[in-house]
Design a binder for this molecule. Structure first.
Ligand code: ATP
Ligand code: MG
Length: 277
């Protein structure tokens, strides 16, 4: 039978986000645990639009093992939308980095392979995530790694459709999104996900955001200049040549030169043997 909101009991708050709160909930009849994201969609139309986008994309991606699993949605009369999803008991990679520190290359390999599998699935289904960053990748104690938070994602209806509709900004955005005119003004957004993916892996390996020194306070103007006008950051010598090259393929400034998910899945780093895995 379909789960209704009355069947669920709130246990704890898992996180706050843009216009929403994520709760750990218990399905009373079965004691199964879920995550419930409640969005106050009565406040403004954009928040509501984001919630509806997230629902439609999660629905399309239910058979991908590296996308957080969708279990249903509810609309409350007072204008709240709620999204029921699988509970990821390990939290996000952002919290994992803060609590356990930098990722070893073996751990990074497992995380990279999972995110890349998820991205390959999304891109093959014409979905651009547009907000890949450590806080939007969730893990569980089974060792699974899944992409979450599809609030600003986009389903590309036309092959040459562009991604200008998303006007949000975050530090993981690619050079062509900050500065579209410098890249001929046309890009489709798939390559932008790869840039964000590369920066995410870089950050997990070195322990801090790539364009900033450890502990340096982010200054938006300096950051944007660095991304748009400097060479892409290069991984430290402590990384294997395969890993360094893999990141370099993700962080090509020119979007047309950046590798696709298909190319990256066949990169030597993805084929490397990790004895400890
Ligand atoms: P933001 O826009 O700030 O990224 P958001 O409103 O889009 O946030 P999410 O990123 O989906 O919300 O969730 C916010 C936080 O809640 C996550 O970073 C994570 O810590 C936690 N969270 C979300 N979904 C789950 C889940 N399924 N299982 C466990 N924790 C979750
Ligand atoms: Mg988020």
């Amino acid at each position: 039978d379909a789960i209704t909101i009355a069947d669920l009991e709130k246990l704890a708050i898992l996180g706050y986000g843009n216009g929403g709160t994520v709760y750990k909930v218990c399905h009373k009849a079965t004691s199964a645990t879920f995550a419930l994201k409640i969005i106050r969609s009565n406040i403004d139309i954009n928040t509501r639009r984001r919630a509806l986008t997230e629902i439609s994309i999660l629905r399309r991606a239910t058979d991908c093992p590296n996308v957080v699993r969708f279990h249903g949605c509810f609309e409350k009369p007072i204008g709240e939308l709620a999204i029921l999803m699988e509970y990821m008991d390990g939290g996000s990679l952002e919290t994992a980095l803060a609590t356990h520190g930098k990722f070893s290359e073996e751990k990074l390999f497992l995380v990279a392979r999972s995110i890349l599998n998820g991205l390959a699935y999304l891109h093959a289904h014409n979905i651009v995530h547009r907000d890949i960053k450590p806080g939007n990748i969730l893990v569980n104690t089974k060792g699974e790694v899944k992409i979450a938070d599809f609030g600003v994602s986009k389903l590309m209806n036309h092959t040459f459709e562009m991604c200008y509709s998303y006007v949000g900004t975050n530090a993981y955005m690619s050079p062509e999104r900050f500065n579209p005119d410098a890249y001929g003004g046309s890009y489709n957004g798939f390559a932008a996900d790869i840039w964000s993916f590369g920066l995410t892996l870089f950050e997990l390996f070195v322990g801090h955001f790539p364009f900033l020194e450890p502990g340096q306070r982010p200054n938006w103007a300096t950051l944007v200049c660095g991304i748009c006008f400097n060479d892409p950051p290069t991984m430290p010598e402590t990384a294997s040549p395969e890993l360094r090259n893999f990141i370099a393929c993700c962080l090509k400034k020119e979007p047309s030169e950046r590798w696709s998910t298909t190319q990256l899945l066949n990169h030597p780093f993805m084929c490397k043997d990790f004895i400890t895995c």
